[in-house]
Design a protein around this ligand. Structure first.
Ligand code: ADP
Length: 435
């Protein structure tokens, strides 16, 4: 390039020198120089014109022929264009490969921009959500997947847990949505068909419900006969007394277990009766009275503070859930301990707190306490007669009432179990119009 630049200057000096000699000899010096400069300028303008014409063609074509400085400019631009074209093709191929691989996925993948409009999606998303290629591009995703649960999940921007819901196009299928935020509030949505997992879960629940149901009758019979034998204990050989007592206790435990399993499977599988007004104050008064008689010789101090607020829900379920918490406090609090039950409302909703100063729980167990059969300290349970299902029942009952359970505890100091309900669950008397 440097060389071309020098020869261009040399050529200009040579042309001007020639013009000078010719102009001098013909006595028209100024005219000769002007003509030479005009020719020189004209040639350059023509090269510029060629360059502009060539650059405006869409495809990469061979450069126009030229020599000297312009020739090497054309060659350099051509080389740059080729290099750019090559990397563009490479990127295109990579993008196509990524698109082909996501298109081949069985899970639906959708890209949604920061305004919530659909940008791109794969073939599986078409099948799972019934999208139509050309028509749906740029449409708000909440218009395409029309479901209040999806709308709430999408707008919530906290995507720790996936969302499961019935497919918008096939009521027999269940879909799971997972949203990941990227870029400037853009979203990547992955959706998959989890119907088969649901069927398996339903089979498991049916099995537990059927097995518990089938076991209930024989156990009631066995337990009934054992009670009769205990009543006639005096007529039996003395060494049978202890054995009968133990058999009766164990059959009682099994009955409690089966009852709790049936309650749990009902909570998981059925909708239950319609939600209606549940008067919490009399419910808690009755439970606290039962707790006092359960406490018996342990002489706990059990107090109840209760605001007059009613809930919208199912009374039998709430009574069993609250009962589990209150009776647990009695079971896990040593003699002369204190237990308080409090029901109140504030701006964030309604709350039931059951607090004791009993054995307490090591914080490492707290996240797993509501799992079925999870025991914080198995050595404690031989004498409590618990089933290990109480807190699982509480959790499922609260889920059905849009609530959640918060547990805080310190080993040796006591525990506090709080059920939180949203304000929408408060029962308000329907307005009676006078007109
Ligand atoms: P269980 O029938 O064994 O009481 P739960 O599901 O009701 O089963 O409770 C699970 C575990 O949580 C219990 O086994 C016990 O270790 C612990 N727990 C529950 N409530 C309390 C409490 N008030 N104080 C101490 N530990 C408790």
């Amino acid at each position: 390039m440097k060389h071309d630049w020098r020869s261009a200057i040399r050529r200009l000096i040579f042309s001007l020198a020639l013009a000078f000699v010719v102009g001098w000899s013909l006595d028209c010096l100024a005219f000769a120089i002007m003509v030479t400069l005009a020719v020189y300028l004209g040639w350059h303008l023509r090269q510029l014109h060629k360059l502009q014409q060539w650059l405006t063609t869409r495809d990469v074509e061979e450069p126009p022929t030229s020599h000297g400085l312009w020739g090497s400019i054309f060659d350099d631009v051509y080389r740059l264009q080729r290099r750019q074209e090559k990397s563009k093709n490479k990127l295109k191929a990579m993008l196509k490969r990524v698109q082909d691989s996501t298109a081949a996925l069985k899970d639906g993948v959708l890209m949604v921009d920061s305004s919530g409009n659909l940008e791109w999606w794969n073939q599986a998303a078409n099948t799972l959500l019934g999208l139509q290629s050309a028509k749906d591009i740029g449409q708000p995703i909440t218009n395409l997947v029309r479901h209040p649960d999806f709308k709430a999940y999408f707008e919530n921007t906290k995507y720790d847990a996936p969302l499961e819901m019935v497919s918008p196009i096939n009521h027999n299928a269940t879909l799971e949505f997972h949203i990941t935020l990227f870029g400037k509030k853009d979203r990547l949505i992955v959706c998959r068909d989890v119907s088969h997992l649901h069927q398996l879960e339903a089979m498991r629940q049916d099995f537990v419900a059927n097995a518990s149901h089938e076991l209930r009758t024989p156990l009631t019979v066995i337990s009934g006969y054992l009670e009769t034998f205990i009543d006639y204990q005096d007529t039996l050989p003395p060494r049978w007394g202890r054995a009968l007592k133990q058999m009766h206790e164990q059959s009682q435990r099994m009955q409690n277990l089966i009852n709790d399993l049936l309650i749990l499977s009902r909570l998981e599988t059925s909708q239950g009766p319609e939600h209606s007004r549940v008067a919490i104050s009399p419910l808690l008064n009755a439970l606290v009275a039962d707790a006092k008689s359960l406490s018996g010789e342990k002489h706990h101090t059990i107090t109840l503070e209760c605001e007059d607020i009613d809930l919208l829900g199912i009374d039998t379920e709430l009574s069993s859930a609250f009962g589990n918490l209150i009776f647990n406090a009695v079971k896990y609090t040593p003699e002369n301990g204190e237990i308080s039950v409090k029901w109140w409302q504030d701006s964030s909703g309604m709350h039931l707190e059951v607090k004791d100063n009993g054995l307490g729980i090591d914080p490492k167990h707290i996240p797993r306490l509501t799992e079925r059969f999870y025991r914080a300290d198995p050595s404690r349970h031989s004498d409590t007669g618990g089933t290990g299902l109480g807190l699982a029942i509480v959790k499922h009952t609260l889920l059905r009432h849009d609530g959640h359970l918060h547990i805080s505890s310190q080993l040796g100091k006591g525990s506090s179990f709080t059920c939180h309900f949203p304000i929408s669950r408060k029962f308000t008397k329907p307005q009676v119009s006078n007109g």
